[in-house]
Design a protein around this ligand. Structure first.
Ligand code: SF4
Length: 157
């Protein structure tokens, strides 16, 4: 996701994410919900039996670990056919694949944002300090697909 700054709210006003449904947010509001954790760019495995999703500490080839952003955001779907485009129209369908910390998933499930979210903390680095930001993941071209189960991360969802 790319983040744009939404218009500042009046000091006493309820923040927009508590008052505005995802589908009615402005583009800037929607973009600012992304905390930049990078977790959605990690590869995932779904258990065929129970449908649970596990994350591997292996990132998409387009992911830039320095910025924790997609390195080809505008062209990501063309370059990675399996990339799912997050939008107000797709969030309900894909939220169960998103990390439990993701603001889009939290709001789609009617839950509050965490205090470390930059919209609350006012500091983008609070995501890293909270231990939520992706760190030390390997690029997918370095890990054989059959070895992904050896790289699963505990407790992300
Ligand atoms: S998991 Fe959610 S908050 Fe984190 S980078 Fe992806 S869209 Fe943004």
């Amino acid at each position: 996701m790319t983040a744009e700054r939404p218009s500042p709210a009046a000091p006493d006003a309820e923040p927009f994410w508590r008052t505005t449904p995802l589908a009615r947010m402005t583009r800037a509001q929607w973009g600012s919900l992304c905390d930049g954790c990078g977790r959605c760019c990690l590869l995932k495995l779904e258990d065929e039996d129970d449908g649970t999703v596990a994350y591997a500490n292996v990132h998409c080839r387009l992911f830039d670990p320095e910025t924790r952003r997609c390195g080809a955001y505008a062209r990501r779907k063309a370059l990675v056919s399996g990339c799912v485009i997050l939008s107000p129209q797709t969030i309900d369908e894909i939220k169960d694949w998103m990390p439990a910390t993701c603001a889009y998933r939290l709001l789609a499930e009617g839950k509050p944002l965490f205090d470390w979210h930059p919209l609350i903390s006012g500091d983008p680095e609070s995501v890293r300090r909270a231990g939520v930001a992706v760190q030390g993941s390997a690029p997918e071209y370095e890990v054989d697909e059959d070895d992904l189960p050896d790289h699963l991360i505990e407790g992300m969802l």
